[in-house]
Ligand binder design. Structure first.
Ligand SMILES: [Zn+2]
Length: 278
């Protein structure tokens, strides 16, 4: 006779759990995640959340070691919720800061899905939409192959970025995806309304993989085969992709430069607003 791994009672021949016990545990996990999300959105007393979470856990076969992951999922949900209706507000920023401050080693133990990076992206876009040059909010550690100027700061750095060029324009005509958009001021796409398509790489010529950086002055790219920097003022159109973006400089001989394996939503909002600001 097997014993249920949740309640410890007899589960029947060749059985290791009661279905009902498992369902109860899953329901308990869901309710902890929701409690955490609600806590962040409404900024209650952390002690209240903690005792509520512990109570739900003890009543639903949830181990203490499993709680960090559930706090993390609640945080992910709260961040998605906050970013859904636009850029983060100062009040929301302080709620997130309050939650984060409750944990030691928040980044490694709780925020395992890097939701905090979404928050930082939103703060950068908030600066821009308020008409301000964003301050540098990232601490880029690693080898940065760019000789940035005095007063130039990194806003965002993507690594492992594939760079492609569009060689033959006629191949592209009539394709539904990859619409070029003239860069315009004050554009903001919410995460849900931004619907780019993935970069279709077989329509492009792959050049190399490298680092793509956005500073307060330029777009930089560095790889073993090709490196360049482009001032935002030279950019005229941008193609939004789900996982990339296409940039076109002014000038008749300019070819669209397509980057993939990046956050297309953020890049699109960042570049269009930097162009109108600098
Ligand atoms: Zn059981």
């Amino acid at each position: 006779m097997g014993l249920c791994k949740y309640c410890g009672q007899k589960a029947g021949l060749f059985r290791s759990k009661h279905k009902a016990c498992e369902a109860q545990k899953i329901a308990g996990q869901t309710s902890i995640i929701q409690e955490v999300e609600q806590f962040i959105l409404h900024k209650e007393e952390f002690e209240n959340l903690k005792s509520k979470v512990q109570q739900i856990a003890s009543e639903n076969f949830i181990q203490i070691e499993e709680l960090n992951a559930l706090y993390g999922k609640g945080f992910d949900q709260a961040v998605n919720h906050i970013l859904e209706d636009g850029v983060i507000t100062e009040e929301e920023e302080s709620k997130i800061g309050n939650f984060k401050a409750q944990f030691e080693d928040f980044d490694t133990r709780i925020d395992t899905n890097d939701s905090i990076l979404k928050v930082i992206k939103s703060l950068i876009l908030r600066d821009l939409l308020n008409g301000n040059l964003p301050k540098s909010r990232i601490n880029y550690v690693g080898n940065v192959p760019f000789l940035i100027q005095k007063g130039e700061e990194f806003l965002w750095v993507f690594t492992n970025v594939a760079y492609h060029e569009r060689v033959n324009k006629t191949v592209y005509v009539g394709r539904s995806q990859g619409v070029s958009v003239r860069i315009a001021k004050g554009v903001y796409y919410r995460t849900s309304s931004f619907k780019g398509n993935p970069v279709v790489t077989n329509e492009l010529r792959y050049i190399s993989t490298g680092i793509l950086a956005f500073t307060n002055k330029h777009v930089w790219f560095s790889s073993d085969k090709k490196s360049f920097k482009t001032p935002y003022t030279k950019l005229v159109t941008i193609e939004p992709f789900d996982d990339g973006c296409g940039l076109l400089k002014d000038g008749v001989s300019a070819k669209p430069q397509i980057f993939s394996n990046i956050d297309g939503w953020f890049t699109y909002n960042l570049v269009s607003n930097m162009v109108s600001l600098v």
